[in-house]
Ligand binder design. Sequence first.
Ligand SMILES: [Zn+2]
Ligand SMILES: [Zn+2]
Length: 162
Amino acid sequence: MQLNGSCHCGAVRFSVESQHPYPFLLCYCSICRKTAGAGGFAINLSADAGSLVIDGAEHIRNYNARLHDSKTGETSRSAAERKFCGECGSALWVWDPNWPELLHPHASAIDTPLPLPPERTHLMLGSRAPWVEPCVRSTDRTFDGYPEESIAAWHQRLGLEC
Ligand SMILES: [Zn+2]
Ligand SMILES: [Zn+2]
């Protein structure tokens, strides 16, 4: 299905094709929480990067997340590019050069009505803030780190590819 998205101020609009548009993946890591998930987590979708069409690209800014290794004290930069609107700050999508064919729009940036997921995956719960109480339903799956199952594999298992 085609996903249409925008930032809050409207300076950036975009569209992208997705076979895997269910907003089932809730990430509680500190990057998602700080940059795109004020409620404690962000929801990332998966789409076809080659189909991305942008209106207002000149307003887009980029953040390669600053990573801190608590053991060595060293800092580095994530390769993943987190795109946001430079005018209003809305988080738009994540693109990782390790998987260049994939684009991960934040569900919050999408205006197209998304389908309701029958079950959800909560990941990076080991990094959640202490005040965040995950709302886990009986059908949900939970992970302290990353799950093995990809976004595409989740859709295939449940027969929900669009
Ligand atoms: Zn904006
Ligand atoms: Zn995250």
